[in-house]
Write a protein that binds this ligand. Structure first.
Ligand code: PEP
Ligand code: MN
Length: 333
């Protein structure tokens, strides 16, 4: 349920109303915009007398929110959320270029790529240490050692870092990680989502291979319901009958999510297409349809990459892409 307050309502009147609502065992989320203040009521709202609430002098309107996602809902929070990671902001007009290899492979590799993508226009460095692989015999990532190397690359380049968590047990290792990624395969690992909800870390939540946008938002709600509102959503392609590309990039997810939620939306054209030559055009399309950022896999030697070489672009291609993305963003503003 949401209650929109009238213009000119004082902080004291708002506090008074919130205190009263809390006596009904409700959580109250306050969204103060330039125009109006919106109170989002979470919990068992069946006991709230809507007519009584509407009749209060400071209340403009009261509505029930029919969607099952509440805190992620734009109705609860009309303004775009801006997520801060290190010195980088994402959402609400702030755009981030996230770049780096699929996996951290060695100190030279990750530090070399970090410096090159920084030079080329990256805002955040990506690199997997714990890798979710379809085959148990494939390279599984350097794990703790990979995280150490990534932290070293963060120090050397000054870029904030994003890396994927696979399970709750390794959470303590992620203390100095700026953004924790929940991969497509873990989008509905509800235990993991709840534990991440107890932290204040920015979480990049990827859409599952066969999940609807509502399911993605319900997963975000799992994190938010535990108190962590720092979520970035990521469209990374979904599985369809098309096999020419690794997945099918659902770009309509960007405007749809922007309509439904205040959370920023980033697009990953690398995992969406699986082919390096398709990455730049899909990245530009993502920027054109209003994405809040792009995450691309970049490798200094794609043909020798231990993971996802076929979809990795080179640092030089990344630099070109970053310039082109900037031009597209200027064109749509
Ligand atoms: C990744 O970003 O390295 C990754 C494994 O992506 P996804 O979860 O989208 O497959
Ligand atoms: Mn990958």
């Amino acid at each position: 349920m949401i209650a929109v307050l009238k213009r000119g309502t004082t902080a004291e009147q708002t506090d008074h109303l919130i205190r009263w609502l809390k006596t009904m065992n409700l959580d109250v989320h306050v969204s103060s915009g330039q125009e109006v203040t919106v109170l989002g009521l979470v919990g068992d709202t069946s006991r709230v007398d809507m007519e009584l609430l509407t009749s209060l002098e400071i209340v403009d309107s009261v509505k029930r929110v029919s969607e099952p996602f509440k805190q992620a809902n734009r109705k609860f929070h009309p303004n775009d959320s801006i997520i801060e990671a290190g010195n980088v902001k994402i959402g609400g007009g702030f755009f981030a270029m996230i770049a780096g290899p699929c996996s951290v492979e060695s100190s030279e590799q990750i530090i070399g790529i970090a410096n090159e993508v920084k030079e080329g226009g990256a805002d955040v460095l990506r690199g997997g240490a714990f890798k979710p692989r379809t085959s148990p015999y494939a390279f599984q990532g350097l794990k703790e050692q990979g995280l150490k190397l990534l932290l070293e690359a963060k120090k050397v380049s000054g870029l904030p870092i994003i890396t994927e968590i696979m399970n709750v047990r390794s959470l303590a290792l992620f203390e100095e990680v700026d953004i924790i990624q929940v991969g497509a395969r873990n989008m509905q690992n509800f235990d993991l989502l709840q534990e991440l909800g107890k932290t204040k870390k920015p979480i990049l939540l990827k859409r599952g291979l066969a999940n609807t946008l509502q399911e993605l938002l319900m997963s975000a709600e799992y994190i938010m319901s535990e108190g962590n509102e720092n979520i970035i959503l990521c469209e990374r392609g979904i599985r369809t009958y098309e096999t020419y590309t690794r997945n099918t990039l659902d770009l309509s997810a960007v405007p749809v999510l922007h309509e439904l939620t205040h959370l920023p939306v980033v697009v990953d054209p690398s995992h969406a297409t699986g082919r390096a030559q398709l990455v730049p055009s899909m990245a530009l399309a993502a920027a054109a349809c209003g994405a809040d950022g792009i995450m691309v896999e970049v490798h200094n030697n794609p043909s020798c990459a231990l993971c996802d070489g076929a979809q990795s672009i080179t640092p030089a291609q990344f630099t070109q892409l970053a310039h082109a993305v900037k031009r597209v963003r200027e064109a749509i503003q």
